[in-house]
Ligand binder design. Structure first.
Ligand SMILES: N[C@@H](Cc1ccccc1)C(=O)O
Length: 500
């Protein structure tokens, strides 16, 4: 029979004992508990040994119980004061009882009939009774003593003295289960030992020394069971949401999009609003309430030429438009803010110059005041982008958005509704269907207005979009609370799986 070193050793020792407590067997082999248990289980599966297990409910002292075993139960400590003074108030017990013990003491003494209780001038007065004077060891005292001596006692043994529930209620003792294990050799096991076992130390690592000395020829190598169940290990890996964002980036690059990047999360109002033909005094900012930077308050404007064109577009209009008809303020435009949408980068890119035809995208962390809930964060990520080319129209835009929603987000259904953005005309809002959340609005899009593109120096149509990528991540990670994207929950971090 094929036995490991540890199985052989365990079997030989067991043959001496025939039947033994598991602990005893462990001691005899000199191996550790886990190793012996594994060996015993293997021996059992090979029919050479048998493991008997018996569980028993026992009673053990709690920390409080151990303390009582030393200093006495509260009623005894109270009684000794009573015996000494005859008549006392609760104040007299403050030295011998703790706050917690003081509360139930009157009830306890009364139940035992050790004291009579009267009220005098609003104070309780305890007086010792005949029974109190003669009181001796009760069953509960006996139980406490036994438990202190023997650590754990079978429930049945304690029940002969006091109700275990009573001990539990007074937090003196608690119940526990102990398992007793005995191991027995089978006749087959004995035969194997009789036939003779060669006990050779097993080697589990092949060392350079073994090779050099040639000793590897003599030793026995431990066999590994590579199909044995093992503990799960969680190696380091990308945070699931990060993995998602990286995947989106890759997808877009594979689709031929050029990535737009920027170093700071802070933006001037110029790029966040003005360059996008968003009037400085327009009430229609509701689509994005924004934060302001406290310090520093202001940044810089880009080149004069560009600023002049933007100013003109706002004040008097360009490209056949009449503009917004107000005095444009450069002071306002240089104010700093945490970027409120990724579209700011689209504006920057258009002003810098683009390939025509061309496709651009960016993944940006953006900030907007909001009430946190399962679908709203004040800090979130957007994928913004645009396609620029001679013959582009609105249908191209809807086609691209649908492809994003289905292919990137895995949404089952998509729907478009007319919308308004100061920088697009027409504008559209997109919703995707999530099995648990229902319809989730996840982005806006449109054709950039000529007042914007012309001011930035672009003469061909630009179709653009901004998608709340966090909500898409919810689809892919199968979560229904957006806050989980930034969760510390280790279990989620370990097990969340991106499904593409
Ligand atoms: N920036 C808009 C989305 C958008 C982008 C591009 C064009 C139209 C709309 C938002 O944050 O909601």
């Amino acid at each position: 029979m094929d036995l490991s070193y540890q199985e052989k050793l365990t079997l030989i020792k067991l043959n001496d004992l025939k039947r033994a407590k598991f602990e005893e067997l462990v001691e005899k082999t000199g191996l550790d508990q886990v190793a012996v248990m594994r060996a015993v289980l293997w021996l059992q599966s090979k029919g050479l040994a048998r493991l008997h297990e018996r569980s028993e409910r026992v009673v053990k002292l709690t920390e409080t119980g151990k303390k009582y075993a030393q200093i006495g139960l509260p009623e005894w400590r109270a009684l000794s004061v009573l015996r000494e003074k005859g008549k006392i108030t609760l104040d007299d017990l403050k030295d011998v009882l703790s706050e917690d013990e003081l509360k139930p003491i009157v009830g306890l003494l009364r139940r035992e009939g050790w004291a009579s209780v009267r009220k005098k001038e609003g104070k309780l007065v305890l007086e010792i009774t005949e029974k109190g004077l003669k009181a001796g060891e009760r069953p509960i005292d006996r139980a406490l003593k036994l438990l202190a001596e023997r650590k754990a006692l079978p429930v049945s043994e304690i029940e002969g003295l006091v109700k275990v529930n009573e001990l539990k209620r007074r937090k003196i003792a608690e119940e526990d289960t102990v398992t007793e294990r005995e191991v027995e050799i089978t006749p087959e096991g004995e035969d194997v030992v009789k036939a003779g076992i060669e006990l050779k130390e097993e080697v589990s690592t092949l060392t350079p020394e073994l090779i050099k000395s040639g000793k590897w020829r003599e030793v026995e190598f431990k066999r590994f069971n590579i199909s044995a169940p093992v503990r799960r290990v969680y190696p380091g890996k990308k945070q699931p949401y990060r993995a998602f964002l990286d995947k989106i980036r890759r997808r877009l690059i594979e689709m031929g999009f050029i990535e737009m990047t920027v170093e700071s999360l802070i933006e001037t109002q110029f790029w966040n609003f003005d360059a996008l033909f968003q009037p400085q005094n327009h009430p229609a900012r509701e689509w994005t309430d924004t934060y302001q930077l406290k310090y520093p308050k202001s940044g810089y404007l880009p080149n004069e030429e560009l600023v002049k064109r933007v100013k003109t577009a706002h004040e008097r209009g360009i490209a056949g438009s009449r503009g917004w008809g107000y005095v444009w303020s450069p002071e306002r435009a240089i104010r700093l803010m945490p970027r409120a949408h990724g579209t700011a980068l689209s504006g920057r890119q258009l002003a810098k110059g683009v390939k025509i035809p061309g496709k651009y995208f960016t993944i940006q962390r953006v900030f907007r005041p909001d009430v946190l809930d399962r679908t709203h964060l004040i800090e979130f990520n957007q994928v913004d982008g645009f396609v620029v080319g001679e013959d582009l129209n609105f249908r191209h835009l809807l086609g691209i958005l649908k492809r994003f929603a289905v292919e990137i987000a895995g949404a089952k259904k998509v729907k478009f509704l007319p919308d308004y953005y100061p920088f697009t005309e027409p504008s559209v809002q997109m919703s995707a269907y999530h099995p648990e959340l229902g319809w989730v609005e996840f982005g806006g899009a449109g054709i950039f207005r000529e007042e914007m593109t012309k001011a930035l120096g672009i003469d061909v149509p630009v179709i653009a979009w901004g998608i709340g990528i966090d909500r898409l991540a919810m689809f892919k990670l199968g979560i229904d609370d957006i806050r989980y994207l930034f969760s510390y929950d280790l279990r989620w971090l370990r097990e969340a799986r991106l499904v593409w």
